[in-house]
Design a protein. Structure first.
Length: 500
C-alpha cells in the first residue's frame, strides 16, 4: 500500500492542497512506495506565516526554555535512532549502518544547540568613556528557511534547524522530495519534546516551493546544501531579495597520496571514502592523485579491496553498499564509466552491469575504478555522485597540489603521508575549506564549521559551528551612559562626543 507524506505546519500534519504529487521509490526494488505532496506557493506562504506568528513569542523566549526543549529533543532522537535510520534506508537506500552514522552526525549539532547559551554570550566593555559602557549582543533574524538534499535526509536538516531555533529563529524546512519521510519524523519528535507549534515547519515540494521561499519577503535567511548550479541560483535569487544566504554546492574531493604513505591505509581510506554511501556524499573522495612511483601498487590495492565489497539492500545486515536513489541517477552515473575509455582512462573496474538476485529492478550499480584519468575528461570534471573513483597520476608533490588547486571546487581534500613537513605544507598550500591529514573524509565535528571554497560555497558563512551561530543571528552594539545621581545636569553640548 502506498504511503502518503503531507506537510508539517504549526505543529500538525497539513494535507497537501496543490493537487501535485511526487513519487518516492524504494531504491532496492524500484517500486513506488510513497507519494509526497508538492506545495504550491500559497502553501509555502502559509508555512511562512505560521513561522512568523510563532517567532513573536519564540524570538523572545528564555535561553533556559530553549535549551530545556533541546535537551529533551536530543533524548528523543537518541531513543528513535533506529526508526529514523530505517526511514532513510527505505527511501534513500543506504545501508542501516550508514543511516545510523548519519543520525549520529546530526545529533552532534543538536548537542551543540543544547549549549547555545555559551555561544550567545555577548561582550561588555565598561568605562570606555566617563560612565559609558559598550555591549555587543547577538539577536535572532526571524523566519529562516532550509533547503536540503536527498543524500542526507536527516543529517543535513539537523545541521540547520537545531541551531536556528536555539538562536531564537523559527524555521521552514523544504527537504528533498526524493526521501521526505525522515524530515517529518524529525519535526514530530521536536513537537513531542515541547517545541512550540510553528517554530519548526516542513513543506515538501519542488522548484515551485523553493522559489517561493527564496522570494518571500518574510524569510530572512536561506540555508542550502546541494549541487553547485542550484547553489549559485539560490544565492543569486535569495540575496537579490535581500536575504542572508549560505549555499553549499558541489565538490570534487581529491586525495593526494605521497610515496612515503602507508599504502594499505591509503587504499582502505580510498575505498571507504569513495564508495561509502554509494558515493552519494558531497565529501566523497572521487579523485585519488597518486605519485607515479606508487600509483601501480596503490591502484592494485584499491582494486583488491573494492571487489570484496558486498552490495545489496540496505535492510540486509550483510550489505556494505546499497543502491542509488533513483533509476535516472543510476543511469547518469553509469554513463561516466561507459564513456571513460574513449576519453583515455583505463577502466580497472566497471560496475555498470551489477545486479542483485531477487532485486533485479533496484537501482543497482557496482564499484567502478578508473585509472590514468585526464583532467579534461567528463569523469574528472563533473561531480558524479556515485561509486566511481578516478585515479590521476603526477610526478611530484608540487604537480599534485597544482592539479588539486586548478579544480573549480574547493570542498574537501586529504593527503596521505608519514612526513609531517609535507603534511604541513599541504594544509597551508591547498585551496580547500576542509583538509584531512591521513583522514579521507575531513568532516569537522559539530563545534567546528563545515564548508568549502570556490564553487563549493556561495555566501560568507560555513554551516554549523561558530559560523552557523553567526549566520542565524545578527550583531548589535549598545552604547550606554547613565549620569551619576550625585552630579548636576551638565547642559547641552553641541560638540562631537568625546571618549574621555
Amino acid at each position: 500500500m502506498t504511503k502518503t507524506v503531507h506537510h508539517w505546519i504549526g505543529g500538525k500534519t497539513v494535507e497537501g492542497a496543490s493537487g501535485n504529487w511526487g513519487e518516492v521509490t524504494d531504491p532496492a526494488t524500484g517500486a513506488v512506495t510513497t507519494r509526497v505532496a508538492l506545495a504550491s506557493a500559497d502553501e509555502v506562504a502559509k508555512a511562512v506565516a505560521t513561522a512568523k506568528e510563532a517567532y513573536s513569542s519564540w524570538g523572545t523566549s528564555s535561553l533556559a526554555r530553549r535549551t530545556e526543549i533541546l535537551f529533551r529533543y536530543r533524548a528523543l532522537l537518541d531513543a528513535r535512532r533506529d526508526d529514523i535510520a530505517a526511514l532513510i534506508t527505505a527511501e534513500h537506500g543506504k545501508v542501516h549502518a550508514d543511516a545510523l552514522g548519519e543520525v549520529a552526525r546530526g545529533l552532534e549539532i543538536v548537542e551543540l544547540a543544547c549549549g547555545i547559551a555559551t555561544q550567545l554570550k555577548g561582550e561588555l566593555s565598561t568605562q570606555v568613556s566617563s560612565r559609558v559602557d559598550v555591549a555587543a549582543i547577538r539577536q535572532p533574524l526571524g523566519v529562516v528557511a532550509g533547503i536540503t538534499p536527498f543524500n542526507f535526509p536527516a543529517m543535513v536538516p539537523m545541521w540547520m534547524f537545531p541551531l536556528a531555533v536555539a538562536c531564537g529563529n523559527t524555521f521552514v524546512l523544504k527537504p528533498s522530495e526524493k526521501d521526505p519521510s525522515p524530515a517529518n519524523l524529525l519535526a514530530e519528535l521536536a513537537a513531542d519534546a515541547g517545541l512550540p507549534d510553528g517554530v519548526l515547519n516542513v513543506v515538501h515540494g519542488d522548484k515551485v516551493a523553493v522559489d517561493a521561499l527564496l522570494t518571500h519577503p518574510d524569510v530572512a535567511a536561506v540555508s542550502f546544501v546541494g549541487s553547485t548550479p542550484i547553489a549559485r541560483h539560490i544565492h543569486t535569487i535569495a540575496s537579490g531579495h535581500g536575504k542572508r544566504v549560505q549555499a553549499l554546492g558541489g565538490a570534487k574531493n581529491h586525495m593526494l597520496v605521497l610515496p612515503d604513505a602507508d599504502l594499505d591505509a591509503a587504499a582502505d581510506a580510498a575505498v571507504s571514502a569513495a564508495y561509502g554511501s554509494a558515493g552519494e556524499r558531497c565529501m566523497a573522495i572521487s579523485a585519488v592523485v597518486a605519485l607515479e612511483s606508487v600509483a601501480d601498487e596503490l591502484v592494485e590495492k584499491i582494486r583488491e579491496r573494492a571487489v570484496k565489497i558486498t552490495i545489496g539492500p540496505g535492510t540486509d545486515p550483510a550489505s556494505e553498499m546499497g543502491p542509488l536513489i533513483t533509476r535516472a541517477h543510476r543511469d547518469k552515473v553509469a554513463s561516466y564509466v561507459t564513456g571513460a575509455a574513449a576519453q583515455g582512462a583505463d577502466v580497472v573496474l566497471d560496475g555498470t552491469g551489477h545486479t542483485v538476485d531477487g532485486y533485479e529492478n533496484g537501482h543497482w550499480i557496482g564499484l567502478s575504478l578508473l585509472d590514468r584519468v585526464s583532467t579534461d575528461s567528463d569523469a574528472y570534471r563533473d561531480e558524479i555522485f556515485g561509486p566511481v573513483l578516478c585515479v590521476l597520476r603526477v610526478a611530484t608533490y608540487e604537480e599534485g597540489v597544482a592539479l588539486i588547486n586548478a579544480s573549480p571546487y574547493g570542498n574537501g581534500t586529504a593527503v596521505f603521508t608519514r612526513d609531517g613537513g609535507a603534511a604541513r605544507r599541504f594544509q597551508l598550500e591547498v585551496q580547500a575549506g576542509m583538509v584531512g591529514v591521513n583522514v579521507p573524509i575531513p568532516v569537522p565535528v559539530g563545534y567546528h564549521s563545515f564548508g568549502g571554497w570556490k564553487d563549493s560555497l556561495f555566501g560568507d558563512h560555513h554551516i554549523y559551528g561558530n559560523d552557523g551561530v553567526h549566520f542565524y543571528t545578527r550583531g548589535k552594539v549598545v552604547t550606554t551612559r547613565w549620569p551619576d545621581p550625585s552630579e548636576p545636569h551638565a547642559g547641552v553640548d553641541l560638540g562631537f562626543p568625546r571618549n574621555s
